[in-house]
Design a protein around this ligand. Structure first.
Ligand code: PAN
Ligand code: ZN
Length: 188
């Protein structure tokens, strides 16, 4: 008989918080998000240290391990820059064919998806919603609610993140508050 092994990472299913020695954390504040939101003046008017989102990642294998997987949690604070909801930078995967799953744990938001022809769609994120992000699809999550939006993600460790394309061309639509409700507004 061999003894049972304690897994090295655990997730709290009520908050999406990951716990484990090999979990790394990164933070993004308003000052880190230049050029991401539509209204740069409104972004500049907010204190630079205002937290926007935090990401926890568990990467059990080195990057570029073929077939390897990564697991993470993202926590987006409630808030807006002008009329645009706090959101992640958004990216394509560097290896374009790599897909990803998101699962919403708490809060409410929108998952903005854009294909390589710049066609945009947006899925509601609510506790329990499962989102399949196909390859060749840029993705960005926005918090449209008044509490933290938290979601789990699973992706191929060799996917890589292409932020450059989004920094240069942005998304073709933005999630903005119009008359008190979220609306997906196409960019001119
Ligand atoms: C997620 C994202 C996370 C933060 O883990 O990396 O939500 O968003 P940005 O990376 O766009 O800042 C994921 O999609 N990984 O592939
Ligand atoms: Zn991704």
């Amino acid at each position: 008989m061999t003894s049972m092994i304690e897994p090295s990472v655990a997730v709290r299913l009520d908050t999406a918080e990951l716990r484990g020695e090999c979990v790394s954390t990164s933070q993004r504040a308003i000052a880190d998000l230049a050029g991401i939101f539509r209204d740069e003046a409104a972004r500049g008017a907010l204190p630079g240290e205002t937290p926007v989102y935090r990401v926890q990642v568990w990467a059990p294998t080195p990057e570029n391990t073929p077939g390897g997987l990564a697991w993470g949690s993202t926590f987006i604070q409630p808030g807006k820059v002008g009329d645009e909801y706090f959101m992640t930078r958004g990216h394509f995967h560097a290896r374009r064919d790599r897909a990803e799953f998101y699962v919403t744990v708490q809060g409410e938001g929108g998952l903005i998806l854009m294909d390589e022809q710049r066609k945009v769609r947006c899925e509601w994120m609510r506790p329990g919603s499962v989102h399949y992000i196909p390859g060749h699809t840029a993705h960005r999550a926005a918090n449209t609610g008044s509490s933290v939006l938290a979601f789990l993600a699973a992706w191929n460790i060799d996917a890589g993140h292409d932020y450059e394309t989004i920094a240069r061309h942005g998304f073709a639509a933005r999630l903005r508050e119009v008359a008190g409700a979220p609306a997906l507004i196409c960019e001119p």
